[in-house]
Design a protein around this ligand. Structure first.
Ligand SMILES: [Zn+2]
Length: 449
């Protein structure tokens, strides 16, 4: 602040500072919320997302902020919108603010308000599919840039915003192709911010890794026989021995969470998702026949800290041993995702001093009045894995505190005050990230001193 100017100017500056401190005018607030609602109202639910409508909207937002805008289709009909704010030193590694545009389907009849009406209720909650996962984040990035521009901020590092398709169906035509592309290479990305989860308490959650899905189908074979006969080695008996063993393992992992020794993302979870056996008849199943084959499917989630070899051994020796006429297929539906990189190291983003981005995030959140909880392993898959696999630091973070976790649930909502607070949080993070010089100094803090 310039102190040697006339008192009138000082007064104006003080008033301006107060306006910045207290936030937006009520008109500004309602336009921010209405832009969020516009994005939410575009039905981008799988399996038929209106991607082009979303892309047109995002490009228009980018242009209104004078960002370089392009829509890239790695696969026809699935645009990825890429916006850029060039830094004053474009040679420094850039910052990628990442989000996905698609959302999961919803059962309209089980919602209080239509999932694409973006209804704002009298208490300030905005109901919509995508309000938490993750249209909030995509729009908050844009609003944070709007704030920074209005404060005449100039980034040192280039900032990119990517709005990607298909995360909810594995990201193969979105993030996977993007991370593999020459465009991505030319961006020289230094750090990626991607989605996290809402937090029911006042601490924001942050994620440094995620569990890898292993989808397992085990099949048992046995001698068929009369339904009245007791004999060993029937397919059903063989399968049930395995299921018992898997259930014991599941309980042992669940107990670690219940006892508070481990967080959800730190254990191997196993859930049975189908059972298939029996000999069909016109009225259901033949009841006096023990079938010769039986199978079951499991969704297993493996944290990067688990030993994949020992889990594979357990599957081969205990869950589906050939000695019990069992066979198994890993990845019958989907590739078994890696938990280790090519050099054998767990795929995760460091949270210690070797990763300056983490400490900067903590400080920036604090500076904007927020608190970060202990870093966690994301319990399910996100697009972050495509960036972490390339050795890039990727941080999962969606600024939603005091909010129930409702992603993929009925009546997903976000309170407008949390949404607005999140914009300030991103403003603070982006300011610090984009100002980090090549000596690791935080230019933003320097300016404020
Ligand atoms: Zn998501």
């Amino acid at each position: 602040m310039v102190l040697n100017c006339k008192s009138k100017n000082i007064l104006l500056l003080v008033l301006l500072a107060i306006a910045i401190e207290t936030g937006w005018s009520s008109e500004e607030e309602s336009s921010i919320i209405s832009r969020f609602q516009q994005y939410l109202k575009i039905n981008t639910a799988q399996p038929t997302p209106r991607y082009h409508e979303a892309a047109d909207f995002l490009i228009s937002q980018g242009k209104a902020l004078s960002l370089e805008s392009q829509s890239i289709e790695f696969v026809a009909g699935k645009p990825l919108v890429l916006l850029k704010w060039e830094g004053s030193n474009p040679n420094l590694p850039s910052i990628l603010l990442y989000s996905h545009t698609d959302v999961v389907p919803s059962e309209h009849s089980k919602w209080t308000h239509h999932p694409f009406s973006a209804h704002l209720d009298s208490s300030g909650r905005i109901f919509s599919r995508g309000s938490q996962d993750m249209k909030c984040v995509g729009m908050q990035y844009l609003e944070a840039l709007r704030l920074l521009k209005s404060h005449n901020f100039r980034p040192l590092r280039s900032l990119y915003l990517a709005f990607s398709p298909d995360e909810e169906i594995g990201g193969h035509d979105g993030a996977e192709k993007f991370a593999d592309s020459s465009i991505f290479q030319s961006m020289n990305v230094g750090v990626v911010l991607d989605e996290g989860l809402a937090s029911p308490d006042p601490h924001y959650r942050s994620f440094y890794a995620e569990r890898s899905p292993w989808w397992l189908v085990i099949k048992a074979f046995g001698v068929p026989g009369h339904g009245a006969k007791l004999y060993d080695n029937s397919a059903m008996e063989n399968l049930f021995k395995s299921i018992e063993s898997i259930r014991r393992f599941r309980s042992s992992q669940f107990d670690l969470i219940k006892a508070g020794f481990k967080a959800e993302g730190d254990v191997v979870s196993v859930n049975m998702v189908f059972l298939k056996a029996g000999t069909p008849s016109p009225t259901g199943f033949v009841m006096n026949l023990q079938p010769s084959e039986a199978e079951a499917g499991f969704d297993i989630r493996v944290p990067p800290t688990a030993d994949p070899e020992s889990l594979e051994r357990r599957i081969a020796e205990e869950w589906a041993p050939s000695s019990r006429n069992m066979s198994f297929t890993l990845g019958q539906f989907k590739q078994k995702a890696h938990t280790r990189d090519k050099s054998g190291k767990p795929i995760l983003t460091k949270t210690d001093s070797s990763n300056p981005w983490w400490a900067l995030l903590e400080n920036a959140v604090q500076k904007a009045g927020g608190k970060l909880g202990k870093p966690e392993v994301f319990p399910a898959a996100t697009d972050s894995r495509y960036f972490r696999e390339r050795g890039l630091p990727a941080i999962g973070f969606s600024p939603m505190a005091n909010t129930p976790v409702l992603l993929h649930d009925h009546n997903e909502f976000l309170h407008k005050d949390e949404y607005l607070k999140g914009i300030k949080i991103y403003e603070s993070i982006i300011k610090v990230y984009a100002s980090l010089d090549d000596n690791g100094r935080d230019g933003a803090s320097k300016d404020e001193l």
